[in-house]
Write a protein that binds this ligand. Structure first.
Ligand SMILES: Cc1cc2nc3c(=O)[nH]c(=O)nc-3n(C[C@H](O)[C@H](O)[C@H](O)COP(=O)(O)OP(=O)(O)OC[C@H]3O[C@@H](n4cnc5c(N)ncnc54)[C@H](O)[C@@H]3O)c2cc1C
Length: 362
């Protein structure tokens, strides 16, 4: 029986697995996509360089595109430009999520982490530890472990099944397209009346996203050509995708759990706190949070029962600070429209019902 079972093999789950393997704790990661993400470019904040090196992933940064500046057109039409780490003039990285997952999976496997393709369903706790159901292709089997790490991303599957409640900010959805790179390695963001657009380059091409309300996203899905025609007329800096159909529609609301650890389980990455992509902090949070969650569970295995609680308190504080600074972008009200007004105040709402990740390929 593995000491630790990790639900979810995204950046947080694999970072936790690498940390645990380093501490010689036996660990299994369960993920429905075998830990391999779809291609999409995301911006990795400069500060993540240290944790990437620590996880043995320095080569990923060597291979990634350096993003030298962020340009934003926020309402009043003038172009604001700053270094990718505002105020410091430091670069960030444009990372392809698929390449990152391939590298992290290889690193974890090389360190002895077992990777199982499947989805964790029901979980039961008894005196000796956990029993969890893992389903794959309609077959369900049961696995056991002493500890569980919830790295399932926004669904927070383990935490919510064990009594935690997710609190969500106002609805927010991203429609994304993968496109060829523009000439310059910069990230661009541009506000419109009913949302904001972004373009992030990576070595595997750029991802262009339109972040908007759920209602507006539904209208776009019903008539995809119209949004691109509107974009072509109004946007000044964003490259307009050629395909009318987005490659994915992703939930990107701010979210936080009301508790992130209890006896025998701990949550990490987006499962504990998910950030609006405007913050560009999600990946950094997943990599560093996963690393520290793994170390906290390794300490617990050694008998330090408080370590996961200390980790959870630090993670909650980080989430609080990031959410507080992120919503200022909305409070700047680049347009005085319902989209911006509704999101100018960050009001978290409780959501008790069990939801699936609102991610679906179109
Ligand atoms: C549109 C968009 C743009 C973004 N852009 C940026 C950016 O530029 N920079 C940045 O830093 N961040 C960005 N983010 C945030 C970043 O993508 C996330 O913060 C990051 O993916 C979180 O990693 P994670 O490992 O916690 O979760 P995920 O990457 O969501 O991984 C969770 C994994 O768990 C698996 N899983 C789910 N349920 C189960 C289950 N029951 N059993 C087993 N496995 C399960 C999933 O299949 C998945 O593989 C963006 C997010 C969005 C939506």
């Amino acid at each position: 029986m593995p000491e630790v079972l990790i639900a979810g093999g995204g950046p947080a789950g694999l970072a936790a697995a690498i940390a645990l393997a380093e501490c010689r704790v036996s660990v299994t990661v369960v993920d429905p996509a075998d830990c391999i993400a779809q291609t999409r470019a995301e911006m990795l904040a400069h500060g993540a360089g240290v944790i990437m090196q620590r996880l043995g992933l320095g080569q990923v940064l060597e291979d990634a595109l350096r993003i030298k500046a962020v340009e934003s057109v926020w309402g009043t039409a003038q172009l604001q430009s700053h270094g990718a780490t505002p105020g410091l003039g430091l670069h960030s990285w444009g990372v392809d999520r698929r390449s990152l997952s391939v590298a992290m999976r290889a690193r974890a496997s090389a360190m002895g982490v077992k990777i199982v393709k499947g989805r964790i369903g029901h979980t039961r706790k008894n005196d000796t530890g956990w029993q969890v159901d893992i389903s794959e292709n309609g077959n369900v089997r049961t696995a056991t472990s002493s500890y569980l790490i919830d790295a399932t991303g926004r669904p927070s599957h383990i935490a919510r099944r064990n009594g935690a409640t997710a609190l969500h900010g106002p609805n927010l959805v991203a429609l994304i397209w993968n496109t060829p790179n523009e000439a310059e390695p910069i990230m661009v963001a541009e506000a419109t009346e009913d949302g904001w657009w972004y373009a992030v380059p990576s070595r595997c091409g750029s991802t262009v996203g339109f972040v908007t309300s759920a209602e507006s996203a539904k209208r776009v899905q019903n008539a995809p050509g119209t949004i691109l025609e509107h974009a072509a007329r109004t946007l000044t800096r964003i490259p307009i995708p050629k395909s009318t159909t987005p490659c994915a529609t992703l939930d990107c609301r701010s979210a936080v759990l009301d508790r992130a650890s209890e006896s025998g389980w701990v949550a990490t990455g987006d499962a504990i706190a998910a950030f609006d992509p405007i913050s560009s902090q999600g990946l950094f949070n997943a990599l560093s949070g996963g690393f520290f969650a793994g170390n906290a569970i390794a300490d617990a295995v050694e008998g330090d029962a408080e370590a996961p609680m200390i980790y959870a308190a630090l993670a909650a504080r980080t989430a609080e600070r990031t959410h507080a600074s992120t919503h200022l972008q909305y409070a700047a009200l680049p347009f005085d429209t319902p989209f911006w007004r509704e999101r100018a105040n960050l009001n978290f709402k409780r959501q008790h019902s069990e939801t699936k990740a609102e991610e679906h390929a179109l």
